[in-house]
Design a protein around this ligand. Structure first.
Ligand SMILES: Cc1cc2nc3c(=O)[nH]c(=O)nc-3n(C[C@H](O)[C@H](O)[C@H](O)COP(=O)(O)O)c2cc1C
Length: 259
């Protein structure tokens, strides 16, 4: 393969995925270009990649799947027999069918997977789960993975066999969480939540309100609220967090490579 440019293309509301994808891309080519598809405006643009590009894709895992944003994360991204590396980032439970789904979505659009990997970052719902990741071991794994990808780039694209990724089709059915963030009386209407929301779910005229049909519960608004006004106030959410912490803090999941 003759690769002239490396791109890091990701969706990352709370920036865990971004760390991994930029970390991997930077280890393959220090002058990589990042395309951050988190904000809705950036997903409106059409991106067409060449067969001399290498695209490192990354999404977080939501309920074992690729996050379902109203307009689709990769809907305006096109490849042209473009070599690609697929990645998912998850909160120490499992990635289920998300990596396979990401591969299917991108390969349908003209990309050819040469490698894939899963990575672990703090769980959106509790920083106690996978706290401090990526850590030194994860950084070493990123270096090992980047080295393996670089070795693959020496081969012809046609000689690379179809990736075999852990996951099932049909993909796991998602049962959406019925609780969503809102702002309380301490909201100063600063608008941070509006600017970080990846699905335009926060009401522009009244940022205390959320369009629950658009909200994907990424909690970017909660984590970026300077007055700590935004949260999921339903008591059931506290029970969900407790369950997640009980189940997911005992074991440490490790990155998996598919090459
Ligand atoms: C709605 C939702 C569903 C999630 N589902 C899973 C899951 O199925 N498995 C898992 O291990 N982590 C799950 N997580 C945790 C995220 O995958 C994890 O925190 C990821 O690092 C977030 O990526 P980001 O920081 O790039 O936004 C979920 C998070 C959210 C918000």
């Amino acid at each position: 393969m003759e690769i002239k440019k490396v791109y890091a293309v990701y969706f990352s509301p709370t920036r865990g995925t971004k760390k991994y994808i930029e970390g991997i891309a930077g280890r393959i080519s220090p002058d990589f270009e990042a395309i951050d598809l988190t904000k809705p405006k950036l997903r409106e643009k059409v991106y067409i990649f060449k067969n001399t590009d290498l695209v490192i894709f990354g999404v977080p895992v939501y309920a074992g799947r690729v996050p379902s944003v109203p307009d689709g994360i990769f809907s305006r991204i096109y490849g042209n027999s473009t070599p690609a590396v697929f990645n998912v980032c998850y909160g120490n439970r499992d990635f289920d069918d998300a990596l396979l789904e990401e591969k299917d979505l991108c390969e349908e659009k003209g990309f050819k997977g040469i490698a894939a990997a899963s990575w672990i970052a703090p769980h959106t719902f509790s920083d106690k789960v996978a706290a401090g990741r990526p850590d030194g071991n994860d950084e070493a794994k990123m270096s090992e993975f980047a080295k393996k990808v670089k070795a693959l780039l020496k081969k012809d694209l046609d000689s690379i066999k179809e990736l075999s990724i852990r996951g099932n089709r049909p993909y796991k059915e998602v049962v959406p969480m019925p609780y969503h963030p809102s702002g309380n009386e301490s909201c100063t209407r600063c608008g941070n939540c509006i600017s970080v929301c990846p699905t335009s779910a926060v009401d522009i005229n009244d940022p205390r309100k959320t369009d629950n049909d658009r909200c994907i519960n990424c909690l970017a608004c909660v984590k970026n609220c300077p007055s700590h006004s935004r949260n999921i106030y339903n008591p059931m959410f506290g029970i969900i967090i407790k369950g997640i912490e009980e189940k997911l803090t005992a074991d440490r999941k490790e990155p998996e490579f598919f090459l």
